[in-house]
Design a protein. Structure first.
Length: 687
């Protein structure tokens, strides 16, 4: 497309793309290019889910793409690990050295790939890299750090990461926004929630923190971290006692009702109120609203499942729509993730057949600190891409110690010199979303999006897929699949005929053909075809087949030494550790903060703006305190995820979090963390 402009004689062109970031919205992008540079980025107005609107973060993406600190040449370490001292080298030197080091290892299984959702793209995130590591026989990575507790819980209950279509929330009459700060992390859903509210719907926010979303809802239920299952079971209790049930739907489309009924009757609102730390009357009123309002819907998000009992909590909440027949309506039900609706051909993309019968060990990314310090089963080389584990992984004191090992050969593919890149032996410059091909699904809507490169890569930056193709060639891997270029990988993401690729090329997106109310007549993708209140599959694993409240490892009020529960939700203008180095966004956030309630601050002599020491048995972190109405008594919020090097002592909140795992899904327990907070003696003495 050529656009006439009165400001320049050089024509402008536009390119269609997709936002790569870990967000349910997966926005469609339009990039305007002039003289080889991106000069404007906007949401695609023709994409119904994006509607021409981008979040504050991604609206600054050109600033990130053109950042003066972009990595543009391969680098080799010349200083101590962690010091960030490097010299430029050629791609040939970097890749040949990496291959030589890999070939010198006695066992390929001692090599670990470490990646997550730095891009959500199927090509730059999980294609040629998986082929390379499968053929190599490297260790497998259990990619658990965000969503596995809730995702696997949903699979045991509904049959997969499936749910209602997001656009129909606009027609709901009651919406429970559970564990989600939608304004900051799911902006385009919030548009539908606002439409529903204008049409008379009631919005209830369930979250320990009084978020920006809670401010805009009709009601906020500020429960204690890790008590969501207790609340859900108490709602079930009231549905049963008052007979606010859809008996026909339960009889024909659910499994395990009698067992669930017996358990729920053990959870009167008075019991749940004590566990959750909320008024009993608030629970009773919410149950009545859920039982008597049609259509009613739940927008569940992953914040609530980052505790010991997160999987059970997600299961309990996922049972609620079936009890009242909410699934009968297209504007009723639940949405946690829509990703299970997409028929991605992962076998074609990732080629697990290249393992050729080998069964390498699997390492959980959430316990990378322990894994790197394990001398009995050592990791001797690690390749990090699409992630920043030194900043984002729990119990980061151990993570740092692991990456600081002189005998650990570390390769990092990155766009910037992150905390993790500081510990690399080689840093390889990676392309951004404006510079490479990719194809995207979504976990918040049901469209497939194509991303085409809008500008040439900065300097010598190369796509992830290119790097792993080159490593495969230098390793001597001759299988034809290693010759697939990035565009060909996009085309192989779905089986032929599943997705209209011509439409993707023409408009940048295409929609899956799905029913408006997917479970109106049951037909859940579970083994029974029903919503499984009781899961025989869980029982076969030795777990409780019914959802239950599983208390936190570090439950609020259980320790005198560390009396405050800490959650670490994202700062509104960051996305995990991405965008932390974008100066305009960092200027909005200011500095690392700990939100604390007035009562807890007063008891400790903490004034607003004071420097505080936040600590537990795992470590300590210094930051500024904000005495805030967003915190409830007994709970503090360490807003993240700042790069460690930007913290007062080179730490961030993950110095305090634990490597313990969730009940289901082997996920991290970031929000299951007790701390103490005190005025920092050093700053007090200085003043």
């Amino acid at each position: 497309m050529v656009i006439a402009t009165a400001l320049s004689t050089t024509p402008q062109t536009t390119m269609l793309g997709a936002c790569p970031h870990d967000c349910p919205d997966t926005c469609a992008l339009v990039t305007t290019v002039q003289d080889g540079r991106a000069v404007k980025l906007q949401g695609n107005p023709n994409h119904p889910h994006t509607g021409g609107v981008l979040c504050t973060k991604v609206s600054r993406y050109i600033e990130r793409n053109d950042h003066a600190e972009r990595l543009t040449t391969p680098l080799r370490r010349v200083g101590p690990k962690g010091a960030g001292r490097f010299e430029p080298v050629s791609w040939d030197v970097a890749l040949d050295t990496i291959v030589t080091r890999f070939k010198a290892l006695k066992h390929s299984e001692t090599i670990l790939p470490y990646s997550y959702a730095g891009t959500m793209g199927l090509v730059q995130g999980e294609s040629m890299d998986r082929r390379f590591f499968h053929r190599l026989g490297a260790s497998l990575l259990d990619r658990t750090i965000c969503s596995t507790a809730g995702g696997e819980a949903l699979s045991f209950t509904l049959g997969g990461k499936v749910g209602m279509r997001v656009e129909f929330f606009a027609e709901s009459k009651l919406i429970l926004i559970w564990g989600s700060n939608s304004i900051g992390s799911n902006l385009h859903f919030w548009r539908h929630a606002q439409a529903a509210k204008r049409n008379g719907a009631r919005l209830v926010c369930i979250d320990p923190r009084k978020t920006e979303t809670a401010d805009k809802c009709d009601e906020h239920i500020a429960l204690l971290p890790g008590t969501d299952a207790a609340l859900a079971l108490a709602l079930m209790h009231e549905l049963i006692v008052h007979d606010w049930l859809d008996h026909d739907y339960i009889a024909n489309h659910t499994l395990g009702w009698e067992q669930l009924r017996e358990r729920a009757l053990q959870w009167p609102p008075s019991r749940a109120a004590q566990v959750c730390g909320v008024p009993e009357a608030q629970i009773v009123a919410l149950a009545q609203a859920w039982g008597t309002t049609k259509p009613a819907a739940i927008r569940l998000n992953y914040g609530m499942q980052r505790v010991r009992g997160g999987g059970n909590a997600a299961r309990a909440i996922a049972c609620l729509p079936a009890l009242v027949g909410a699934w009968r309506h297209r504007a009723g039900g639940l949405l946690l993730s829509a990703s299970g609706h997409f028929p991605v051909d992962r076998a074609a993309l990732q080629r697990p057949d290249l393992l050729a019968g080998r069964r390498p060990r699997t390492i959980n990314m959430s316990t990378i600190g322990d894994a790197l310090l394990d001398t009995a089963n050592p990791v001797e080389a690690i390749v990090v891409y699409n992630s920043n584990p030194v900043a984002v992984a729990p119990d980061s004191g151990k993570v740092v110690a692991g990456f600081a090992r002189e005998d650990l050969f570390t390769v990092v593919l990155e766009q910037f010199q992150t905390d993790t890149a500081d510990y690399a032996d080689f840093v390889l410059p990676a392309t951004t979303q404006l510079e490479h091909w990719d194809i995207h699904t979504s976990y918040g809507h049901t469209d497939v999006l194509l991303n085409r490169p809008a500008v040439a890569p900065r300097g010598e930056a190369r796509s992830n897929a290119w790097v792993f193709r080159e490593l495969a060639r230098r390793m001597g891997f001759t299988e034809p699949c290693f010759a697939d270029d990035d565009e060909a990988l996009c085309r192989s993401a779905f089986a032929p005929g599943v997705v209209d690729f011509a439409q993707l090329e023409a408009q940048g997106f295409t929609s899956l053909a799905l029913p408006e109310a997917p479970f109106a007549d049951g037909k859940f993708p579970t083994p029974s075809g029903r919503c499984e209140f009781f899961s025989a599959r869980l029982a076969a694993q030795g777990q409780d087949g019914l959802p239950d409240h599983v208390p936190n490892y570090e439950a609020a009020g259980s320790s005198r030494e560390f009396p405050l529960a800490m959650i670490s939700p994202p700062a509104r203008n960051f996305l995990n550790s991405t965008f932390v180095n974008v100066k305009s966004l960092r200027a909005i956030e200011g500095e690392p903060l700990l939100e604390i309630h007035t009562d807890d601050a007063a008891a400790r002599g903490i004034a607003d703006g004071a420097t505080v020491r936040v600590f537990n048995a795992r470590g300590e972190h210094r930051c500024r305190a904000e005495v805030s109405r967003r915190a409830r008594p007994g709970v503090v919020h360490g807003l993240g995820i700042w790069w460690r090097k930007l913290g007062m002592d080179g730490t961030n909140v993950n110095q305090l979090t634990s490597q313990r795992l969730t009940d289901i899904g082997r996920g991290p327990t970031f929000y299951d963390c007790l701390v103490q907070v005190e005025v920092d003696d050093r700053s007090a003495a200085a003043s």
